[in-house]
Design a protein around this ligand. Structure first.
Ligand code: R5P
Length: 234
């Protein structure tokens, strides 16, 4: 099924995603991101797979795995492929200059960060609405936490200045990640020092991973109404 549509934002995401998919070469190990932009990228890689391009892929979510499988793309694991050549993923916010990110509004941040950390090149694909001067301007920081003792974990995050909402799914039930954990959406407002915040959140017992991706981005492909831009970290 084609995901082409007439939504102008979706069309921008699709263009950026296709540009990123073009970076995949024969024989590469590829990290497959999650979310609507990554879905366009996987669709494009599926098209290229059908044309004969052969690569191995590690998906960052069950949903991306399912989509890749539906195209026949070869999925592998870290056990046999510990080093990823290129990881292509979306983001919820990209900070101009630093290219630090907030990710995880779709709930896949933990696996996404593991895959990004194991990749030689981490390419982020967004439309220009995701670019911000300071992270936290528009979206909360998703933090994946253990369900056991989560209220205690939440209190410690609140002490860092966050207003917390527990992530729910579309049916109003507690959202459960692919890893069986839950997500706290932590509203900090504009974050002056995202590296410091990451360093404060990471050691809190019960925090599994945060959606702050600091110093990991190799390149961002941004789709604008005027065309594609490529940003590299300053
Ligand atoms: O958990 C979800 C991921 O971090 C997504 O990559 C992120 O939310 C961006 O999603 P989308 O491409 O749908 O805007």
């Amino acid at each position: 099924m084609s995901t082409h549509n007439t939504d102008p934002r979706a069309e921008l995401k699709r263009k950026a995603a296709i540009e990123a998919a073009d970076m995949v070469r024969e024989g590469m190990v590829v990290g497959l991101g999650s979310g609507s932009t990554s879905a366009f990228m996987i669709e494009e890689l599926g098209r290229r797979w059908a044309e004969g391009l052969r690569f191995s892929a590690i998906p960052t979510s069950e949903r991306s795995a399912e989509q890749a499988r539906s195209h026949g793309i070869r999925l592998v694991t870290f056990a046999t492929h510990p080093q990823i050549d290129i990881d292509i993923d979306g983001a919820d916010e990209v900070e101009r200059g630093s290219l630090n990110l907030i990710k995880g509004l779709g709930g896949a941040l933990f696996r996404e960060k593991i895959v990004a950390a194991a990749s030689r090149k981490f390419v982020v694909v967004v439309d220009d609405s995701k670019l911000v001067d300071r992270l936290g301007a528009r979206v909360p920081v998703p933090v994946e936490v253990s369900t056991f003792g989560w209220t205690s974990t939440a209190r410690q995050i609140e002490a860092l200045g966050a207003r917390i909402t527990q992530r729910l799914d579309r049916s109003g039930n507690v959202f459960v990640t692919d890893g069986g954990n839950m997500i706290l959406d932590c509203h900090f407002g504009e974050i002056a020092d995202s590296a410091k915040l990451q360093a404060q959140l990471a050691p809190i017992v019960g925090v599994i991973e945060t959606g702050l991706f600091i110093g990991r981005t190799s390149e961002v492909i941004v789709a604008t109404a005027g065309g594609l831009q490529r940003l590299v970290a300053a």
